[in-house]
Structures are given as C-alpha cells and as structure tokens.
Design a protein around this ligand. Structure first.
Ligand code: FES
Ligand code: FES
Length: 167
C-alpha cells in the first residue's frame, strides 16, 4: 500500500508492505538515531513521537502512521542538545547506547509536566532500560534541567511584569 506521512516535518510518500515496521521505515529514510535494542517493546530505545506522543517504533506498523506526523531525535536537535548538556555535566553517560530513547522520553515528559516529582520522573522513564547504570546520574541531570527551565520561566515572567508596569 502507499502511505503518506511527515518525517521531521518533511512529507514522504512510500510504498509500504503490510508487515513493514515503523523502525525500518524510519531507518530506511536516514533516521539512524532510532535504534534497535530488544525489538520486543521492552527497552524504549526505538522511541519516536507520532503526532507528538511517544510510541515504540519496533512495535508499530508503518501503515498505522499513514497521514501522521512522525518526529525522531534528528528533528529535535536543539531540545536534545540543551538537555543532553545537563546529562553530560552529571557524568551520566556511560556507553550512551540508551541515550536516544531516554532523551526522546525525557523530552515528552518535559512537554507534559513542568514540575514532575521524583516518583513521576521514575514512572515516566520506567520503559527505558539502561544496562550501565541505575539512572541516578540521569535523574540528577533531569532535575538540574528542570530547575534551569523554571528559573528561565520565572525571569521571563518578572521581565514581562516590569515592562507592563512601565507601560
Ligand atoms: S527496540 Fe523497541 S522497545 Fe526495544
Ligand atoms: S549508558 Fe549504557 S545502556 Fe545506558
């Protein structure tokens, strides 16, 4: 069947066999950030956004994304770099194999929750497996990033208030 989708905001029309997986469609289109880990829906490494929601591309048929917008890490460079710096500062990166899925899921969480508790962070990232660590460094990175985002928002609000007082 022929399907049309948007990969990182670029329209793509493809012939897709009924059993083609989304992970293969994306990798065949140059999205090599989408990694193959377990292929059983357990490690989170193959996470992408479909219409802004995180899905496991190893467990999604390409035909299911017909007419939808798919985003991979290649389409989130700025956000990924901003957040990645905080992870690196905590020395959390070891082999780095789990990073793409972890960063995708963390970005999805930042968009949904501005002030998640530690429990919420752990719940949200429970589907990501890291073979090298218990995620303590990554958690410190997430907290540091959230604090930075909150102080940036507070400063922007203060600046807006001062401007409206002057006006
Ligand atoms: S490769 Fe998809 S969840 Fe592991
Ligand atoms: S840093 Fe190696 S699997 Fe997570």
């Amino acid at each position: 069947m022929q399907i049309k989708l948007w990969i990182n905001n670029k329209a793509v029309i493809k012939e897709a066999e009924a059993d083609l997986l989304l992970i293969d469609l994306l990798r065949n289109n140059g999205c090599y950030s989408v990694k193959r880990g377990c292929e059983t829906g357990n490690c989170g490494l193959c996470t992408v956004f479909v219409d802004e929601k995180p899905v496991l591309s190893c467990s999604t048929l390409a035909a299911r994304v017909n007419g939808k917008k798919v985003t991979t890490l290649e389409g989130l460079q700025r956000e990924a770099e901003d957040f990645g710096t905080y992870i690196a500062e905590q020395g959390a990166e070891q082999c780095g194999f789990c990073n793409p899925g972890f960063i995708m899921n963390a970005i999805a969480m930042f968009r949904e929750k501005q002030n998640p508790s530690d429990e919420e962070i752990k719940e949200y990232l429970a589907g990501n497996l890291c073979r090298c660590s218990g995620y303590e460094g990554q958690l410190r990175g997430i907290r540091a990033y959230l604090e930075y985002q909150q102080s940036k928002a507070a400063k922007a609000e203060l600046a807006a208030q001062n401007i409206s007082e002057v006006i």
